[in-house]
Design a protein around this ligand. Structure first.
Ligand SMILES: [Zn+2]
Ligand SMILES: [Zn+2]
Length: 440
């Protein structure tokens, strides 16, 4: 809604700035994709694909769905549009609506917005660290405080099978205590039992073997160097052995961001990780990759709760008023001339009454009102009314643009001077009261 747009503007601008500064190119992804992309990419046994997809058949009997997330689409585009031959890593960013058929809650809608960053073609842990750094920079730009980073490594095809065996045998012995979903997950995707939110499952899981204790040498050194990079950029993290991120494609690094509010409640802002097998799984060559995504609706909720100043676009300082049929006819053209020369103008052309137009101009805090009446319309002149001084004069229209710019500049300088004087005055008062305190 319009009232929310200043927050969205601020968020989009901050994300765009980081994308430009870190050399991530924008990519726009289709909202509709073949269902198979997410079944193969995100994983058939994940909640997103299994329970939450908006999927249907087209007239041509193709299986399509509204995208539930961005990463598989980015990888599809990477393969389909020859980005394999680009210098690596290929750095891409996107934002837009995603769709999940979930129970709507506060900050969690069936149509929700995400932005995301993906770097394809590099396995070095410095890219993982850079992803986290970029996310943190965006939170910092939005003045979202108390963001905590949860971090884990869930291994690779080398080390995970043996870990899975350990986990399955541990869980099998405690099968009775697991929820229905987890009993099923035990067969399809045992790692997912680790991040089940059901009370009885979290109890079982708290004593389960941890992925980080069973990493192969490659995964271990990758994780260690990520932690070193994070220390170097002074980003604190908390290691979470139960963090697995619910999607099939993650390998090695997984991470999530949470914002703590005043009451201590945590809001998930987003997360990501490494997905070294996804490109291959979708038909490409073996290509490592890493990325993250954040929920924009969530971020905006947090911004509002933290009383963060959103982005307000500049407002017009000129108001164009017209009186009579001839003037009304000319007003669109005059508006266009002013707009072309870079002057922002407010109007309420539907009104004919000059008094209502002037009171509108007052409400909008216009500095100058340009009035065209019957005579001015015929003469090619304009009445320029200065709202600060109250004075007004008639001048040829072709001179108004220059005059308006001159006056606006003067007003801006005056306002600046006034602000400076007030700041000095305040400073003096502060010093005075400081001295008084000292004397006491
Ligand atoms: Zn490994
Ligand atoms: Zn469970």
């Amino acid at each position: 809604m319009p009232a929310d747009q200043p927050y969205w503007q601020k968020l989009r601008k901050s994300v765009e700035k980081i994308a430009i500064d870190y050399n991530y190119q924008r990519i726009d992804l289709p909202i509709l994709e073949f269902t198979e992309l997410f079944e193969r990419g995100t994983g058939e046994s994940t909640d997103i694909v299994d329970k939450e997809m908006f999927k249907f058949k087209t007239r041509g009997k193709e299986d399509v769905c509204l995208r539930p997330e961005g990463t598989p689409s980015v990888v599809r585009a990477y393969l389909q549009h020859g980005m394999r031959s680009w210098p690596k890593p290929v750095k891409l960013s996107y934002s837009g609506p995603m769709y999940r058929y979930d129970r709507p809650q506060e900050g969690r809608y069936r149509e929700f917005f995400q932005f995301g960053f993906e770097a394809i073609g590099e396995q070095d842990a410095i890219l993982d660290a850079q992803m986290i750094q970029m996310a943190m920079q965006i939170f910092r730009k939005l003045k979202i405080k108390n963001v905590s980073l949860h971090l884990n490594s869930i291994g690779c095809n080398e080390c995970r099978p043996s870990y899975n065996k350990l986990l399955i045998s541990y869980l099998n012995n405690r099968k009775k205590s697991l929820c229905m979903d987890c009993k099923r997950r035990l067969k399809t995707n045992p790692l997912r039992v680790l991040d089940c939110k059901e009370e009885k499952c979290t109890q079982v899981v708290s004593q389960a073997p941890q992925t980080v204790d069973h990493l192969c040498d490659d995964c271990k050194s990758h994780f260690t160097s990520l932690l070193e990079y994070l220390d170097e950029i002074e980003i604190p993290y908390s290691l979470r052995p139960q963090l697995v991120r619910g999607l099939d494609y993650y390998t090695k690094t997984v991470f999530e961001f949470f914002a703590k509010d005043d009451e201590g409640a945590q809001a998930a802002l987003g997360g990501g990780g490494r997905y070294d097998y996804l490109v291959e799984k979708l038909g490409g060559p073996n290509t490592p990759a890493v990325g993250f995504a954040c929920g924009m609706d969530r971020l905006i909720n947090v911004m509002k709760k933290n009383d963060i100043n959103p982005y307000y676009p500049p407002k017009p300082k000129i108001y164009l008023a017209q009186l009579g049929d001839t003037a009304k006819k000319k007003s669109l053209k005059i508006f266009e001339e002013l707009e072309k020369s870079g002057i922002m103008v407010a109007e309420s052309f539907g009104r004919g009454n000059l008094r209502t137009q002037l009171s509108q101009a007052n409400k909008l805090k216009a500095e100058i009102v340009l009035i065209i009446g019957q005579r001015e319309a015929l003469d090619g002149t304009v009445i320029l009314k200065d709202m600060n001084s109250g004075g007004q004069e008639t001048m040829p229209f072709n001179k108004t643009i220059k005059e308006v710019k001159k006056r606006l500049k003067k007003n801006a300088e005056m306002a600046k001077k006034l602000a400076l004087q007030q700041a000095k005055k305040k400073d003096k008062q502060r010093k005075k009261s400081g001295n008084r305190k000292k004397k006491k």
